[in-house]
Design a protein around this ligand. Structure first.
Ligand code: RFL
Length: 402
């Protein structure tokens, strides 16, 4: 559905211009396409880059249901692996939570984010969708009116312009949408003061559970991705360069922090990708500024501790698509007016749980006296999770929920 009265003839146009071909942008574009709303996706990177960028892997049941509702779950149904156990390791022992049997009795589906992006892209293109790769949005202008424009640069730096009725900012935390917000936009921000080395190892998983190890030397995490690839996290000093640690040091440190002497050695393999992740969280408020709407990491960044970011991106894209279709197809603007408020309710709940996880997994950095108090509280929290069914149910519901 297009209303060309909005557009000048010297620029390209679509009813909705979507910035970013990530989880949020491609979910949104698919849903708009199905509803007959004309849209285009502008993506800074190459197709190969977006299809190979390894990040998340744990999809919540609500995310899987949302993708199923819209016929976008074929790949993850075929290749996704159900997962429902996590293991906490501490200096006083280990315990497991079989969260399939707790809370709402649901489970994660392990499906690498790059595979989901590949599926979403293939589905969108097969339906005639248009993605302009290597097209970087520079700014969004005129969002306070009904004819916003997006200024872009192609791979050679040549400028261009797109006109739209709405611009969906799904271009992540460093994208053009955030940069184009008016000064009235608020940004709630938390720097957790914690840094992780994020690693992908060409090695089978070492345990059949998500592993969270709390050690005096810092946090270590283990997450399955595929039978051949495993993700590990190692807390490191802020400012540590990604290549500072040799592979030998990485594996020795993982063994130590994951208490391999007591629970068995890790299955080692070449470290094929590493990145430094400063744990930060933020929320933009509101998520609508006239004709510019934000979704996914552009709307809110979550620390990866709670594994919520990609899941929220799908949920917000579904909400936004429904609201845009109501407005553009049915002439009903009410859900678009509520989009920000409704999404922010989910975002803050996810932020709250992710924040709780950050506090659970890391030793405090306060002064000595307060640190010992905080450490004792953390031990008590872990103990409650080990022994109290109520705490376990709460954890399972939030770990899987959105
Ligand atoms: P994305 O996936 O970053 O996509 C944004 C897209 O926008 C493009 N872009 C631009 N395009 C045009 N013009 C510009 N100016 C542009 N600027 C950027 C980018 O190239 C990109 O293609 O954001 P989106 O769609 O909002 O999706 C969010 C998720 O990617 C993110 O929240 C998750 O990866 C977070 N996350 C996890 N989430 C989970 O739900 N479960 C997990 O297990 C999980 N593990 C993780 C994670 C994030 C990690 N990193 C990145 C720290 C593990 C890691 C290591």
């Amino acid at each position: 559905m297009t209303n060309h009265q909005y557009f000048r003839t010297d620029q390209d146009s679509a009813a909705v211009v979507v910035l970013g071909a990530g989880v949020a942008g491609l979910t949104l574009a698919n849903l708009l396409q199905t509803a007959g709303v004309e849209c285009v996706v502008l993506e800074r990177a190459t197709r190969d880059h977006v299809q190979t960028r390894a990040r998340a892997g744990f999809l919540a049941p609500g995310t899987v249901r949302a993708l199923e509702r819209h016929g976008l779950a074929e790949g993850l149904r075929r290749r996704g692996v159900p997962h429902g156990t996590c293991e906490f390791r501490t200096r006083s022992g280990a315990f497991r939570l079989d969260y399939r049997q707790l809370g709402l009795r649901e489970h994660h589906t392990v499906y690498p984010q790059q595979d989901l992006v590949t599926d979403l892209l293939a589905h969108y293109l097969a339906g005639g969708g248009e993605v302009r790769f290597e097209t970087r949005a520079v700014s969004v202008d005129g969002a306070d009116g009904e004819r916003p424009t997006v200024t872009v640069r192609d791979a050679e730096g040549r400028p261009g312009r797109w006109g739209a009725r709405y611009v969906a900012g799904c271009d992540g935390r460093h994208g053009a949408a955030r940069d184009s917000l008016p000064p009235t936009a608020r940004r709630h921000r938390r720097d957790h003061g914690v840094t992780w080395l994020g690693l992908l190892a060409e090695a089978p998983p070492s345990l059949d559970a998500v592993g969270y190890a709390l050690h005096e030397r810092g946090f270590a995490g283990h997450m399955a991705r595929t039978p051949e690839i495993t993700r590990y996290y190692l807390q490191c000093a802020p400012g540590t360069p990604a290549d500072a640690w040799s592979e030998q040091r990485i594996w020795d440190e993982l063994d130590r922090r994951m208490y391999a002497a007591e629970h068995g050695p890790l299955r080692r393999g070449p470290v094929v990708q590493r990145s430094v992740i400063a744990l930060e969280s933020d929320v933009v408020e509101p998520l609508r500024h006239g004709s510019l709407l934000l979704a996914g990491d552009a709307a809110s960044l979550l620390s990866p501790s709670g594994a919520k970011g990609a899941n929220l991106a799908v949920l917000e894209a579904e909400l936004l698509a429904g609201a845009l279709v109501d407005d553009l197809v049915h002439g009903e603007p009410a859900s678009l007016e509520q989009y920000s408020r409704r999404s922010l309710e989910y975002i803050w709940r996810a932020q709250e749980f992710s924040h709780w996880m950050v506090q659970l997994l890391h030793a405090p950095s306060e002064s000595e006296s307060e640190a010992s108090f905080e450490t004792a509280l953390r031990d008590a929290r872990i103990d409650a999770l080990r022994t109290s069914r109520t705490h376990q149910d709460w954890f399972a519901e939030n770990y899987l929920g959105l």
